[in-house]
Design a protein around this ligand. Structure first.
Ligand SMILES: Nc1nc2c(ncn2[C@@H]2O[C@H](COP(=O)(O)OP(=O)(O)OP(=O)(O)O)[C@@H](O)[C@H]2O)c(=O)[nH]1
Length: 366
């Protein structure tokens, strides 16, 4: 990881670029990634969301042309592959590179060629592993300064989701990295099956609320603003973003998992440290984890108390890639402990605790 930068990712003190097309906004635009297995109800949810007044200034990127069935909502035929929906939302398709599409949308927004959207939703294809999309948002220098990940929303079909989780690891990954889980098609599922799936999802991803949905009906307010920065209060809400209390020891073990299931390999846990951490030692630890286990680090979020840093340092990463760490001006509350939450595959909490102790806690390994 690079050294932490003050306020990065929260629009504080960023320099203005010369070229107005490249201007860095004071507040990076929130991006939500909508994922979920084939036919699990993503488009139905999206269609319902886009009809809500709160969503009027939303741009949507779908990653396959024609996948989204929103044609009947069109009132204007805009340029190229960007279309304006009658809800006021923009809809854009990715034919090539996601980075290029996001850059183009941003520049068109600055030049006022398209409405000045204030939120972006990216709908992935059903078979997509969301990790590369999250990594793109965390790593592309242009995007990192202009967009911030608000959250990952995953749809899981209440009727067929269990079978899908059994058979497709992509589906497990989608649910495991989500910040919000939508249990869709509850009207078409047996109540017992839906309840069992809800418990399974809680076990897989204890911090994500599981919201039952029928015919895509869900309030935008329940899905967005899941990130660290709370735009309503303009403050940082660590508790809401990290939810360290959701991870208890039970989730780090497979005491009641069926070992034949893909999700038996998933662990979700939180590591807490009282003492301030040395940045270089912590960095060595993270680099070791990435080198040895990168592909199995499905998602990591943390708030860290770093020696000689006034405020906390926020990190988040997906597999081999981390967002540039940002140092906040001050702690949001009296709790100054470092807290790191992990969603991993085939990696136990104890390994993280032991290696962190060895790297950061005084053993002379660095
Ligand atoms: N009964 C019922 N059917 C639903 C519900 N939500 C979606 N469907 C149906 O499920 C099918 C798939 O829904 P989509 O919204 O297209 O799912 P998707 O995840 O976007 O699908 P892909 O883009 O193909 O991956 C459609 O026929 C929907 O009408 C629901 O809540 N209840």
């Amino acid at each position: 990881m690079t050294a932490p930068e003050q306020g990065q990712g929260h629009g504080q003190g960023q320099e203005q670029a010369q070229d107005q097309d490249l201007a860095i906004p004071d507040a990076p635009l929130p991006v939500s990634v909508l994922t979920g297995f084939l036919g699990s109800g993503k488009t139905t949810v999206l269609r319902h969301l886009l009809a809500q007044p709160d969503m009027a200034n939303t741009a949507v990127i779908v990653n396959e042309f024609g996948e989204i069935g929103l044609d009947h909502m069109l009132v204007e035929n805009a340029k190229e592959d960007t279309i304006l929906l009658n809800s006021g939302c923009l809809c854009c398709t990715v034919r090539g590179d996601l980075v290029e599409t996001m850059r183009r949308l941003f520049k068109q927004r600055v030049r006022r060629e398209i409405p000045p959207f204030d939120r972006l939703v990216i709908e992935t294809t059903g078979l997509a592993d969301p990790a590369p999309i999250l990594q793109t948002l965390m790593n592309d220098p242009f995007l990192v300064e202009r967009f911030r990940l608000d959250g990952v929303i995953a749809t899981v079909d209440a009727a067929n989701g269990g079978t899908t989780l059994d058979n497709h690891f992509e589906s497990v990954k989608q649910a495991a990295v989500a910040d919000r889980l939508l249990l869709t098609k509850t009207d078409a599922a047996e109540p017992d099956a839906a309840e069992a799936l809800k418990i399974r999802l809680k076990d897989l991803n204890p911090a994500a609320p599981v919201l039952p949905v029928s015919q895509g009906e869900v309030e935008a307010a329940a899905l967005f603003n899941a990130g660290l920065y709370d735009p309503t209060t303009k403050t940082l809400d660590v508790q809401r973003w990290l939810k360290p209390e959701a991870y208890d020891d039970d989730h780090g073990h497979d005491h009641h998992h069926d070992v034949n299931r893909h999700d038996a390999s998933i662990r979700a846990f939180c590591i807490t440290r009282e003492e301030p951490l040395n940045w270089d030692r912590l960095n060595s630890w993270v680099e070791m984890l990435i080198m040895l286990y990168g592909g199995n680090l499905l998602r990591i979020k943390g708030i860290l108390n770093i020696e000689d840093c006034e405020g906390p340092v926020v990190i988040h990463g997906v597999q081999h890639m981390f967002h540039p760490p940002s140092q906040l001006e001050s702690w949001p509350d009296a709790d100054h402990r470092s807290r790191l939450v992990f969603i991993t595959r085939d990696l136990e909490k104890e390994m993280f605790e032991h290696t962190l102790e060895a790297f950061a806690g005084g053993s002379d390994l660095t």
